[in-house]
Design a protein around this ligand. Structure first.
Ligand code: CUA
Length: 341
């Protein structure tokens, strides 16, 4: 009896192969198009890492194909057949053993020399002309301070294209990891020491960043935005951040301002000229930010009001306490904060 083409085992195999194909194609898609992609670098640092990644990927692909081809050939050529003699044994073949030892040493050198070169290149000390940004990783948000401009902001990193930036990484609480996939930087942020990343952004545009070291309940929510500006645009941003915030005369916003100054908000947050708290993010130009709660959501009146009413619900473990604000109060506070451009 001949075997049916549509047997249950053939169907199972077909489904499995289709599944693998979908998985492979979706991985391919996310590798290129995901906001977290590392294979389209936008800085010198990112390009160096990408060079090593590509070198190792292509080298190992060639080795994989050669080894698999040799394996398949040996399985087929020396398969067991009735009456066939045992193939010639090559155990202890000195020339063969010396050759493959040398071949593997050469492969290690091909991978090792550029890798060590890039390791040193990515550890270079900053120059005095670099733009210094002090980065503080805190549970669960990022603070960015620019000593050159006397600016402190949170969760949105602004840097100019073409100027080398030196990030000094501080951890006031636990270990975090500062990662900007598109720019190639990833480095641990460790209490009691200051690690550094020095890189030059080469392409203007927005990308995302993420804490890459487990640091507690909202580790996954410890994100940030990276905005690489053309030179003029960056200068404009700096000027705006240095100026006192422009607040709205809108009655709701003014009501929010009164609430802010009378509540415990002032103990944790800084708004230049209003309050000088150091625990939470600096809110001086809060309304100029596009995202809220370390890039978890859009910075809209509805989201800000919801955040104020119950931070822990929006971001599990959030350090900001629930202040017991009602709907009307949180709306007024949101109007005030969003007016701070
Ligand atoms: Cu900070 Cu994970």
């Amino acid at each position: 009896m001949t075997k049916r083409l549509v047997s249950p085992s053939n169907v199972r195999t077909a489904v499995l192969l289709a599944g693998v194909a979908v998985l492979v194609s979706s991985c391919g898609w996310s590798l290129w198009d995901s906001p977290m992609t590392t294979v389209r670098p936008r800085s010198d640092f990112g390009k160096w890492i990408d060079e090593i990644f590509m070198l190792i990927s292509w080298t190992t692909l060639v080795i994989f194909i050669l080894v698999e081809a040799a394996l398949v050939y040996a399985c087929w050529r020396f398969r067991d057949r009735p009456g066939a003699p045992i193939p010639k044994q090559v155990h202890g073949h000195t020339v063969l053993e010396i050759s493959w030892t040398i071949a593997f040493a050469v492969i290690l050198l091909i991978i090792g020399i550029p890798t060590i070169r890039i390791i040193f290149k990515t550890q270079e000390a900053p120059a005095a002309t670099d733009l210094r940004v002090d980065v503080a990783g805190k549970q669960w948000w990022w603070e960015f301070t620019y000593p050159e401009f006397k600016i402190t902001t949170a969760n949105e990193l602004h840097i100019p294209v073409g100027r080398t930036a030196a990030f000094y990484l501080h951890a006031p609480d636990v270990i975090h990891s500062f990662w900007m996939p598109a720019l190639g930087g990833k480095r641990d942020v460790v209490p009691h020491r200051i690690n550094r990343i020095v890189l030059t952004p080469e392409v203007p545009g927005e990308s995302v960043g993420q804490c890459a070291e487990y640091c507690g309940m909202s580790h996954a929510n410890m994100r940030f935005r990276v905005i690489v500006h053309p030179k003029d645009e960056f200068e404009q941003w700096v000027k705006n951040q240095q100026a006192p915030p422009v607040e709205s005369t809108d009655p709701l916003a003014q009501q929010g301002k009164a609430l802010y100054t009378q509540s415990t908000c002032v103990g944790c947050h800084t708004i230049t000229g209003i309050s000088a708290g150091q625990i939470g993010p600096n809110l001086t130009h809060f309304g100029s930010r596009k995202s809220l709660a370390a890039n978890m959501m859009a910075n809209t009146p509805a989201n800000v009001a919801k955040w104020i009413e119950n931070p822990d619900h929006m971001k599990p473990g959030a350090r900001m306490p629930n202040l017991g604000m009602t709907g009307e109060q949180s709306k007024a506070l949101a109007a005030y904060l969003l007016s701070l451009k």
